[in-house]
Design a protein around this ligand. Structure first.
Ligand code: PLP
Length: 374
């Protein structure tokens, strides 16, 4: 009996992507082995953190790196570091940020349910622009002597001021730019890309495309801010814990993330992409045989998912079968449970191949045909 069957919890086929709510990613066996091996020993956690941080710095090209408890914890530390610097009185006082530079400027078009991480640290979000974007002059006007940082969310860069412009405007005023790049790996180049562009602190998830433990993340960036993030996270040797203390990373998770990163940078990303394209093509071909249904493989940045060749299915306006919402629900509630993306306004369903295992693409294709034929 499968462990989830014993627990009475349903497994699912993830045609969405490395989505947190669906379990993040599946760790490669090498990562699990490394975690199991690391679990059998005591170790100086600070020393392990420092060594892992150096590795992250190497890969990102940043001055320093840190393994965090997810991208969200990295975002808490971004805010904390930019508000407190190395001032121990301030570090001990968070989330009470009164009297500090405690405002983080963010474009309205980039507000998302993860930006509460900044507020958790005690920062106040100052919103600029509209859903359609913001002007550089609006950003410049919002930066005051209370501004701790400007936040940017890479996945929401459309309808937003370009990152280059945000960096330029913030740096003129000596204000750091903190980036949420949670699900931007792969492509592997993104590990160092944002630091090269001039971002001061970048945060990634460890449990999405890197395929490390779901509870891990990465923070990397400028030396002084990384030192401030470190002290907010640990405050080792002091009599008070920092705001990051409840966001602890276990030794097994640190070791697992390092192993996952090693595998990630060594992987043959081109052949992986080709395999993804192949799976999506097979889904699109099978479903596209249904009368009137258009199905193709989309290769740009997509919808809510990662950049990957993604099977896209569009129903004609004249369609009198099930709606895309009904088909999506049928797949999700069916046996096996299958999660796919749905864009009701465009009468589209999409299936990303990145989290499909073994021959699950064939199961997804068959079930899509069944649901759409009802
Ligand atoms: C997933 C995600 C996060 C949170 O990452 P965790 O590693 O789960 O903490 C933050 N921001 C964005 C845009 C995300 O997609």
């Amino acid at each position: 009996m499968n462990i989830y069957d014993k627990l009475g919890v349903r497994r699912l086929i993830n045609g969405h992507h490395w989505r947190t709510a669906l379990g993040g990613s599946v760790m490669p066996p090498e990562v699990l082995d490394a975690m199991a091996e690391s679990a059998g020993y005591f170790v100086d956690l600070e020393g392990l953190h420092r060594r892992a941080g150096e590795y992250v710095a190497d890969l990102t090209g940043a001055d320093a790196g840190l393994v965090t408890a997810g991208c969200s914890a990295a975002q808490v530390l971004q805010a904390a570091a930019c508000m407190t610097g190395l001032d121990h009185e301030k570090i001990a006082r968070l989330p009470d940020s009164s009297g500090m530079k405690n405002e983080i400027v963010i474009q309205k078009s980039q507000r998302n349910h993860y930006d509460t991480s900044y507020q958790l640290a005690g920062a106040k979000l100052v919103e600029i622009g509209s859903d359609q974007g913001a002007a550089r002059a609006e950003l410049e006007a919002a930066i005051t002597d209370k501004t701790a940082a400007v936040a940017y969310v890479w996945v929401m860069r459309f309808y937003s001021l370009p990152l280059e412009d945000v960096i330029a405007a913030a740096h003129v005023r000596s204000v750091p730019v903190v980036l949420d790049a949670a699900s931007e790996l792969p492509p592997v180049e993104n590990l160092s890309r944002f630091i090269r562009m001039g971002v001061d602190l970048v945060a990634f998830s460890g449990g999405k495309g890197i395929r490390g433990p779901q509870s891990t993340g990465i923070l990397a960036g400028r030396k002084d801010l990384m030192q401030a993030a470190w002290e907010n996270a640990f405050f080792f040797g002091k009599d008070k814990a920092g705001i990051g203390r409840p966001m602890k990373v276990a030794k097994e998770e640190i070791v697992g993330l390092v192993k996952a990163l090693e595998l990630f940078v060594e992987a043959d990303h081109e052949s992986e992409w080709a395999e993804w394209r192949d799976r999506s093509t097979r889904i699109a071909e099978t479903v596209g045989r249904l009368d009137g249904v258009k199905a193709w493989v989309h290769e740009g940045p997509i919808y809510e998912g990662p950049t990957a060749p993604t099977a896209t299915i569009e129903l004609p306006e004249s369609w009198d079968g099930p709606t895309v919402e009904q088909a999506e629900e049928g797949l999700r509630l069916g046996e096996p449970s299958i999660h796919v993306g749905v864009l009701p306004d465009q009468r589209r369903l999409w299936v990303a191949p990145v989290a499909l295992q073994n021959d699950e693409h064939a199961i997804v294709a068959r079930r899509l045909v069944e649901e759409l034929s009802k």
